[in-house]
Ligand binder design. Structure first.
Ligand code: FES
Ligand code: FES
Length: 170
């Protein structure tokens, strides 16, 4: 039987009925049409599905939607302030050529954000350790590490306002 839950995603509140076995990844992609978050392995090994829940990076393929009810969820769609202004992590990934096919990019960027929120000046080794749960099948790891290093510099220069919380129904 479906359960009614509220999900706060990227500052918007969605009220929807979901099966208790449905993952956060399925609800984001199928019910909310937020397809920036990818589904790779489905078993917690690749990091393509990484999102933030209450400020922690989690595998959305291993998280039930009902577990995320009432928590603050941030997906890649919520990173950019607007269509014209990308998040510093996104800017840095583009500038450093850290995106090839793009399949791992959303998960990489969310893991990068979690790392930089907790360690604003990571060493290369700390960046590589921070990405240890994210796989890139195009194997562009060096560019990704360069991108995160550049994002750290950019983020130090920026203070970002929080988006307002707007109620929505689905
Ligand atoms: S799809 Fe979730 S870790 Fe691979
Ligand atoms: S850019 Fe293709 S999987 Fe990473």
């Amino acid at each position: 039987m479906k359960q009614q839950i509220s999900l706060n995603v990227n500052g918007d509140t969605y009220t929807l009925a979901v099966e208790p076995w449905k993952t956060l990844n399925e609800v984001l992609r199928e019910d909310l049409n937020l397809t920036g978050t990818k589904l790779g392995c489905g078993s917690g090994d690749c990091g393509a599905c990484t999102v933030m829940v209450d400020g922690r990076s989690v595998s959305s393929c291993l998280t039930l939607a009902v577990e995320a009810a009432g928590k603050e969820i941030l997906t890649v769609e919520g990173l950019a302030e607007s269509g014209e202004k990308l998040h510093p992590v996104q800017e840095a990934f583009l500038e450093k050529g850290a995106v090839q096919c793009g399949f791992c990019t959303a998960g990489m960027e969310m893991s990068a954000l979690f790392l930089l929120n907790n360690n604003p000046s990571p060493t290369e080794a700390e960046i590589r350790r921070g990405l240890s749960g994210n796989l890139c099948r195009c194997t562009g790891y060096n560019k990704i590490v360069e991108g995160i290093s550049s994002a750290a510099q950019k983020m130090k220069k920026e203070t970002r306002p929080k988006k307002p919380n707007r109620p929505r129904r689905r």
